[in-house]
Every structure is written in structure tokens, then in C-alpha cells.
Design a protein around this ligand. Structure first.
Ligand code: BMA
Length: 319
């Protein structure tokens, strides 16, 4: 992947001062992304100096220069849950037919769970359900339905060892008919111990190419307390049965190399979370040379843009 010359494309200095706690914020990272008509939107994870999480929206005509709307977004229904919610974060956006969904992690006093919300205007989100079956993160919806169901990739969390982050080393497929109750149908992939992706989790939602579904994911090389390295890689999933992994990059395709990726709140992190394809919707088969824009959190501090093509991602699988 190639970094955009304007990187980092969004930093805390781009977040408008709304007074109160949304003033001189600490960071903005791990955005969801979607294109509607000719505008690219990023759903921002903004962290205040109180280390509270708020959602804000940025928009752009060219995918690189963004304007942040001076408004805190609303997730209706989150306050009505029977658990106490501390943070809602790392939302991935997927359009299915005419509806837009956000899948995000929720830290509660009863664990870390995945939630799904629906939005019409990207400013107001209506919570559809919190899946408390298991502790999970990194949920992404496929941009299509099949067998009368919604399909999601998700990453169950494993218990954190002393001094390590709360992470996981398996990705799995789950189905739901109502976006509230999810049934795990099959494992998808596991971490490769000793290599770049010892722990894994989805990046942005998968998108179609002629060969199947391309899926960018993050891998963590664990180096003990506070020294984990977050990188990005790619998988190809079978078009008929996306639980079949046809290929997986042996090497990462993006790793922390620039200062803004290596230094920040959490050092050495590139965390891809949003993706837009020029000229295509994610459920349509993209041309091999279509421009793919990948938005990623850098060091849990700011946002980077990397560009690539389906052909380049497929070439990474041939190694
Ligand atoms: C993961 C998640 C992400 C974060 C990353 C690096 O476990 O918490 O939100 O970007 O760690 O800190």
C-alpha cells in the first residue's frame, strides 16, 4: 500500500472546539468509511482528554482533505442498556441495500461486546442490538446478504496475559437474521505464532473482486508489554463460501514506519478500519486496477490514508 503524501490526513488539530469536554482533544483514530454519492465520509473515534470516546463525522470530496462537522454524534439506545457503557469505538461502516450499518465494540462493566446500529444520515445512530454472547471486537458486516441472513466476521477476545493488550487470535464467521442475535457458523483464520500476524482481527469490511472477497485485516506481532506491532495484511475469501480462505499474505502490506505511526498514544500501530473503492460499491466486483482508499488509525493518535488496487492486493497473496 502507498501512503498518501498528505498523511496524516486527520489529526486532533482538525477536531473543532465544541467547548466542554470536546475541546483540545487528545486523539482521533480508527475511522469507519463510506462513500455516498460523491462524498467520502469518515466516522471518527475521537478521544477527549478525559479519555472519553465520542463519535464525530468528517467529509471529503477527494478522499484526502476532510472537514469535520462541529457536532457530537448520537447513538440512540446505548444509554438504555442494562449494562454501563464506557466506550463505543472502532466502528466499521457497511451499506446493505439502502441501509447503512455501523458495527462497533462496546466496553461495558460486563465485558467488551459487539453492537450494531443503523443510520440514515451518518449523524444519528439507532442501536439495533448488543451481542453479549461472548467478548468480541473487530466485527465487520459483509456488504451483501445471502441465505436470507446478514453475515459478519468477528474476533473473539482472549484473556489478556499480564501486561499485554486484550486481543485475540481467531477470526470467525457469524450469521444473523435480525442483526441482534448472532450464531457463529465457522472459524475463518487463526494467528500465525512467531510471525507478523500472531494475533488477528478484521480491518474494514470485505469487498468483491473477480477472484472472491478481498479482506484487509490487522495482525499483531507480540513483543511483550507495550511493544506489540500492529500491521495490515490481506486475505482472499471464496466467493461462494467466504469461510474458505483461498490466500493470505505471508508478509504485511503496511507496517508502522513513519513517525506518526511509530510514536503516539500506542506506539507502532497501523490499524486499517475504513475502505472506499473508486467507481465501485464494495458488493460489486471491482476492476483489478481500481483505486482503493484505506483509512487507518496511526499509533491510536491520528488517521492515515493508504492507497492500493485489487491487483496489488492479489499480488501480495502470491508470495
Ligand atoms: C486494539 C484496539 C484498537 C487499538 C489497538 C492498538 O486492541 O483497542 O482500538 O487501535 O488495540 O492500541
Amino acid at each position: 500500500m502507498d501512503r498518501h503524501p498528505a498523511n496524516p490526513i486527520l489529526t486532533r488539530e482538525d477536531i473543532p472546539d465544541l467547548g466542554g469536554r470536546i475541546r483540545d482533544v487528545s486523539s482521533v483514530f480508527n475511522p469507519g468509511a463510506i462513500r455516498l454519492d460523491d462524498t467520502i465520509y469518515l466516522l471518527l473515534r475521537v478521544q477527549t482528554r478525559g479519555r472519553e470516546t465520542v463519535w464525530m463525522l468528517a467529509e471529503s470530496a477527494d478522499g484526502a482533505r476532510f472537514t469535520v462537522r462541529p457536532k457530537e454524534l448520537e447513538i440512540q439506545g446505548l444509554d438504555e442498556l442494562s449494562v454501563t457503557v464506557h466506550h463505543a469505538y472502532d466502528a466499521r461502516l457497511t451499506r446493505i441495500d439502502d441501509a447503512i450499518y455501523a458495527v462497533f465494540a462496546v466496553d461495558t462493566d460486563a465485558g467488551c461486546h459487539l453492537a450494531v446500529a443503523r443510520t440514515e444520515d451518518l449523524e444519528h445512530y439507532e442501536l439495533l442490538g448488543l451481542d453479549t454472547s461472548d467478548e468480541k471486537r473487530n466485527g465487520v458486516l459483509f456488504p451483501a446478504r445471502w441465505d436470507d441472513a446478514f453475515w459478519r466476521l468477528e474476533r473473539p477476545n482472549r484473556a489478556a496475559a499480564d501486561g499485554t493488550t486484550f486481543s485475540g487470535d481467531t477470526m470467525q464467521m457469524a450469521r444473523s437474521t435480525d442483526l441482534q442475535t448472532w450464531t457463529v457458523t465457522a472459524p475463518l483464520a487463526h494467528g500465525r505464532w512467531h510471525y507478523w500476524d500472531e494475533r488477528i482481527g478484521s480491518g474494514p469490511p470485505p469487498f468483491r473482486v473477480a477472484e472472491g472477497w478481498l479482506h484487509i485485516y490487522h495482525g499483531i506481532a507480540t513483543h511483550g508489554a507495550g511493544a506489540d506491532i500492529y500491521q495490515a495484511g490481506v486475505m482472499l475469501l471464496d466467493a461462494q463460501d467466504p469461510t474458505v480462505v483461498l490466500g493470505r499474505s505471508r508478509q504485511n502490506v503496511l507496517e508502522p514506519r513513519e513517525l506518526y505511526e511509530q510514536v503516539g498514544q500506542v506506539p507502532n500501530v497501523v490499524f486499517p478500519s475504513g475502505l472506499v473503492i473508486e467507481g465501485h460499491e464494495p458488493h460489486e466486483v471491482a476492476d483489478p486496477d481500481a483505486r482503493v482508499l484505506v483509512y487507518y488509525g496511526a499509533a491510536d493518535t491520528c488517521i492515515g490514508l493508504a492507497t492500493t488496487t485489487p491487483a496489488a492486493l492479489l499480488a501480495a497473496l502470491k508470495d
